[in-house]
Ligand binder design. Structure first.
Ligand SMILES: [Zn+2]
Ligand SMILES: [Zn+2]
Length: 442
């Protein structure tokens, strides 16, 4: 496959470059020179005329399609047959079957095919990316490090073998998620995954538990309902964003919390509707009446305060289904992360989090939910808090950070998607710092 594809691309291959010897003199296949050959391929393609460029792209795609049909037939036979694998090894028991030499060789062929297919689709942008079947080996490795079978089925649909293999190197056991009651237990039997969700991500009101920042912590809950509820309602009634400020004392405890408000610049959808209606009405009445309306003194609006909106996954434990409260340790931690976004600040920076700022009283709750889009759109920054991402070091490669974000619980939730899309400045909190969406895309 390698020699054939590069030959069509006009690249001469020295097969010896792909063979090396290990310490005990065994001859192995190595792809150490593959990037070098891909570079020559790209340079050749750039210097060729448009007619031969197109012809080569189509021919290589045909070769890769033929390889895919052949490889996929072996992969599917491996997956569904308990008998001999394609190297003729008979009846491997349990784990040994998908870790056998035959499967590992097949895996390396598939990875090579994917690398060539990606190179082809980038060099000849008019071609379609050829997709290879995912090996059972990848399913098993992902399950072994703690991914849910539902997640594995989803990963298989959204990625290729190399991306899935990379994800299988990320240990997920420390997240403490149980998948015993999840709808799928064996991803290898799922051919067409239909959005079955992981039960660990589902919020069950009757047993939802707000978490402290560490398992051993047992600090008090700080509740907005008791002292600041009226402030919250007052801000909401003015169609403004209620924000919380957490003030710390000398002993690193909360001395007090306050609710402040920020004027939301854009009009909410229902205000926009009534404004249109009012304009239509005023236009249809006398001019004098319009002048009188315009000359009325309007109340002075609140200032626009720069604030941070928190976007989080409820399954991580930062929600509260009963009250507008959070443990003291969590509020201090969030305020700290928010302040750090602005460097050294003597005064805390206001933030918005649904757990505190969306009341449970149905009358006010509805109003707060209507305004949520504007809150995320007009926040100075939107800070993403996801338990798995908060274990990732800031010093990892940008590709790794992007991949972890792509498969994070935050990116999979229906609620958090618009929160991220509306943000002017989307920031992800990692273990030892933050990274912005813009930095990642660069
Ligand atoms: Zn699950
Ligand atoms: Zn605590």
């Amino acid at each position: 496959m390698l020699v054939e594809v590069l030959k069509v691309a006009g690249v001469d291959v020295d097969v010896a470059d792909f063979i090396c010897e290990n310490d005990v003199g065994q001859r192995l296949i190595s792809t150490a020179f593959l990037p070098y050959y891909l570079g020559i391929w790209e340079a050749r393609a750039e210097s060729s005329d448009s007619e031969s460029h197109e012809e080569r792209g189509v021919k290589i795609n045909d070769r890769l399609s033929e390889s895919r049909v052949f490889v996929n037939s072996i992969v599917l036979r491996e997956r569904f047959s308990n008998k001999a694998n394609f190297l003729g090894q008979e009846d491997w028991p349990g784990e040994a079957r998908w870790l056998s030499n035959g499967c590992l060789v097949l895996f390396s062929i598939v990875l090579l095919g994917e690398a060539l297919a990606i190179a082809n689709s980038r060099i000849y942008s008019f071609t379609i990316l050829i997709k290879f079947e995912t090996l059972e080996l990848v399913d098993r490795l992902l399950l072994k490090v703690g991914w849910c079978a539902n997640e594995v089925a989803s990963i298989k649909q959204r990625s290729d073998n190399s991306e899935a293999y990379y994800l299988s190197l990320i240990d997920r056991h420390h997240l403490g998620r149980s998948h015993k009651s999840c709808s799928i237990q064996d991803p290898s039997i799922v051919l067409n995954w239909t959005k079955e969700q992981c039960s660990a991500d589902q919020i069950k009101e009757h047993d939802y538990c707000t978490k402290h920042s560490s398992e051993l912590c047992n600090c008090r809950h700080i509740s907005v309902d008791e002292f600041l509820g009226q402030d919250l309602f007052r801000v909401l009634s003015r169609r403004q964003a209620p924000l919380i400020l957490v003030h710390r004392d000398a002993y690193n405890s909360i001395s007090y919390c306050s609710i402040v408000s920020s004027r939301l610049r854009g009009l909410s959808s229902w205000v926009r509707y009534f404004w249109k209606l009012a304009r239509w009405f005023f236009r249809s009445t006398s001019r004098i009446f319009i002048n009188r309306v315009h000359s009325r003194k309007l109340p002075k609006p609140s200032p626009v305060i720069p604030f941070v909106a928190i976007s989080h996954v409820w399954a991580d434990g930062l929600g509260n289904v009963k009250r507008n409260s959070l443990p003291e340790c969590q509020l201090l931690s969030i305020q700290n992360m928010v302040n750090n976004l602005y460097g050294m600040t003597s005064e805390p920076v206001a933030f918005w989090i649904d757990t505190i700022c969306v009341p449970h009283d149905p009358r006010w709750r509805k109003l707060a939910i209507i305004e949520m889009n504007r809150v995320y759109r007009e926040a100075d920054k939107v800070l993403v808090l996801d338990m798995a991402l908060r274990k990732v070091s800031l010093h990892c490669a940008p590709e790794e950070a992007l991949l972890r974000i792509k498969y994070s619980n935050w990116a999979r939730r229906l609620w958090t998607l618009p929160e991220g899309a509306l943000a002017n400045n989307l920031i992800f909190q990692l273990k030892d710092g933050t990274i912005s969406g813009e930095e990642l895309i660069k």
